[in-house]
Ligand binder design. Structure first.
Ligand code: ZN
Length: 140
């Protein structure tokens, strides 16, 4: 990785590798150029030149890259994943019908036997009441 001709290295945020900075030659002698896994970086713009001229020793760039990789990919470092990163499982919020509220169902065709049904219901209620009365009396 280290290049004897390199002036130094900068962090390449694209390939996450040290970019070797070298002094240009000939017409390009006043420019520096870089090379990393992205390929040759021959940009001569002021911003690119300023970025590449801020080169550092390889060890320092590797340390920066290690920090970047640790930040962006914590899953590769199982020892550095704290338990507080666990996703909070929210309890299911089921929409319960309100108790005690009578929701009438649609009955587009009222049955002609409705009266009979009412009588029948009354009879059933009477039976239940009678049963309850009997139970109460039996308990006494
Ligand atoms: Zn790169």
């Amino acid at each position: 990785m280290s290049d004897p001709n390199a002036l130094g290295y900068i962090v390449c945020h694209t390939c996450k590798e040290p970019k070797a900075i070298k002094q240009g030659s000939g017409k390009r002698s006043r420019f520096v150029h870089g090379r990393c896994s992205c390929g040759p970086d021959m940009r001569t713009g002021a911003a690119a030149q300023a970025e590449m001229k801020a080169y550092l020793p390889l060890e320092e760039v590797q340390a920066q890259l290690l920090a970047i990789n640790t930040e962006s990919e914590p899953k590769d470092e199982p020892n550095l994943t704290p338990s507080e990163t666990k996703p909070v499982i929210e309890p299911e919020t089921k929409s319960k019908p309100i108790e005690g509220q009578f929701i009438p169902k649609d009955e587009p065709e009222p049955k002609p036997m409705g009266a009979t049904v009412c009588v029948g219901a009354g009879a059933v209620a009477g039976l239940i009441l009678g049963y309850v009365f009997k139970s109460v009396r039996a308990a006494l």
